[in-house]
Ligand binder design. Structure first.
Ligand SMILES: Cc1cc2nc3c(=O)[nH]c(=O)nc-3n(C[C@H](O)[C@H](O)[C@H](O)COP(=O)(O)OP(=O)(O)OC[C@H]3O[C@@H](n4cnc5c(N)ncnc54)[C@H](O)[C@@H]3O)c2cc1C
Length: 181
């Protein structure tokens, strides 16, 4: 289950990860240090942004994560093939890093099997281009989703103008399909 909140104090989310465990996201300035976020502040900030009290619990790890997208192109240098995070980082907001890594691995494995089975190296030669087409599509979607969710509430992120644009994007996204114009 996932609870997402867009608030003027910033984006927040609570995503369950098995019984009694959650991953919590709180938008904060990248210049913040983990030490500025003691457990009590995390729980009270989450309650504030969700608009209702959140039951506190022990917090195992905390990390300040930049929501960045990076692509190293091409993903092949002679006999060196890059896969997964070694080739690209996608914003954690899209929760797709692992799927992209698996997609690379499957594309690469098929190409190697084809090469060994037939002697034809075409799929291996196309490995980088094949993966990059998919990766750029997913990066575009991830950046759109990251900016929409983070700009929508907090105008200090990219300014009031971008906040209003993001709000429209978010409202369009949440509109039922049959009422969209
Ligand atoms: C905060 C956060 C949340 C995320 N949430 C999600 C999510 O919900 N869903 C999702 O799909 N993805 C998520 N991701 C991304 C996902 O974790 C990665 O994209 C994925 O693990 C990449 O897989 P990989 O095999 O390329 O790299 P990794 O999983 O990093 O595997 C690389 C392995 O190589 C090992 N290694 C490194 N150097 C060496 C060396 N010299 N010798 C031997 N071994 C070495 C490392 O120890 C590691 O085990 C998230 C990432 C972050 C940071």
């Amino acid at each position: 289950m996932a609870v997402l909140a867009v608030h003027s104090r910033g984006f927040s989310a609570q995503i369950t990860r098995g019984p009694g465990k959650s991953r919590i996201y709180l938008q904060c300035p990248l210049t913040d240090a983990v030490e500025q976020w003691p457990d009590e502040r995390i729980w009270s900030e989450l309650s504030e942004r969700f608009g209702h009290p959140v039951q506190p619990g022990p917090i195992n790890t905390k990390q300040i994560v930049p929501l960045r997208g990076v692509v190293f192109s091409p993903m092949r240098h002679e006999n060196l093939y890059l896969l997964g995070d070694a080739a690209h980082i996608i914003s954690p907001m899209s929760a797709e890093g692992m799927s992209l890594a698996l997609h690379d691995a499957e594309t690469f494995a098929r190409a190697v099997i084809h090469r060994i089975g037939t002697g034809d190296s075409r799929l291996l030669d196309e490995y980088s281009d094949t993966c990059l087409r998919h990766i750029w599509n997913r990066q575009q979607a991830a950046i759109w989703m990251t900016d929409t969710m983070h700009d929508s509430g907090d105008s200090s992120y990219h300014g009031e103008f971008r906040k209003q644009i993001a709000r429209v994007n978010l409202e369009t996204l949440l509109q039922p399909a049959d009422t969209a114009n």
